[in-house]
Ligand binder design. Sequence first.
Ligand SMILES: Nc1ncnc2c1ncn2[C@@H]1O[C@H](COP(=O)(O)OP(=O)(O)OP(=O)(O)O)[C@@H](O)[C@H]1O
Ligand SMILES: Cc1ncsc1CCO
Ligand SMILES: [Mg+2]
Length: 263
Amino acid sequence: MKISLLDEIREKNPVVLNISNFVTVQDVANGINAIGASPIMSEEIAETDEMVGISSAVALNLGAFSKPQVDHILAMGQAANAQHRPLVLDPVAVGAISYRKQVAADLMRQFQVDVIRGNAGEIAALAEVAWDAKGIDAGSGNADLAEIAKTCAKKQHAVVILSGETDYITDGERVVRVQNGTPLFQLHVGSGDMLSSIVGAFCAVSDGDYFEAAQTACLVFAATGEIVANQLGEERPGTFAAQLMDALHLVSVADIEKIAKFD
Ligand SMILES: Nc1ncnc2c1ncn2[C@@H]1O[C@H](COP(=O)(O)OP(=O)(O)OP(=O)(O)O)[C@@H](O)[C@H]1O
Ligand SMILES: Cc1ncsc1CCO
Ligand SMILES: [Mg+2]
């Protein structure tokens, strides 16, 4: 865990390029901005190489795509590989919709992702472990979450984040658990999307250690939400979303160190 990466984001202000979804695009852009990186979104395949060229990380969100956008996502992933930019994938609802799972699998055969960030339902689907996912939510199941994450990481040769009440971060061998957070995250649609793009920001300043970047992103994001909830209580999701933006901007390495819970 290298919490000082937070300061490096603020020093370097890396550009994070996103394929986002129309539901949460504003939260994703502002989340990246608030933490100290610089967001850019793209919807045009013709600008792909240039866009990747000016970016220090690429985050692909599969939240809501049409067929032409799949071509764009593919081009972006391949350009990220060709230009050696860290590549994060958020496989939204692949556990609930078989078409999405097929698209995600097809894409991952054609480019190499560095980090996959999803909830239990999404990561179980990519790991081919039985699980009852529910729409964009994790759903329910009784398989071991750390094992699911490890299976997915080995299958895709990527760092995997399985987020939820506990976040499991694994490279397929080692597993780190982050215990911080607040149930308020579940009441704000797009918390997961924000986390995935913020993982991109940490990867951008990580010197290639994406396992460490992924752990640190999970800790900083979850602990920041916990700090907000400690003041606010757990019944105000609207206020939480606004205060989370403020807190992502204000939170310091020392604040995170004080409440960090991981092993
Ligand atoms: N019950 C919980 N308690 C504490 N923290 C939680 C809880 N559920 C989720 N989180 C935190 O919420 C953040 C988003 O993770 P989550 O697993 O909810 O993503 P998601 O399901 O993809 O969300 P969405 O698709 O709505 O954006 C993570 O930082 C995670 O640690
Ligand atoms: C609600 C919803 N539907 C598709 S994407 C999305 C936002 C969470 O990613
Ligand atoms: Mg999600």
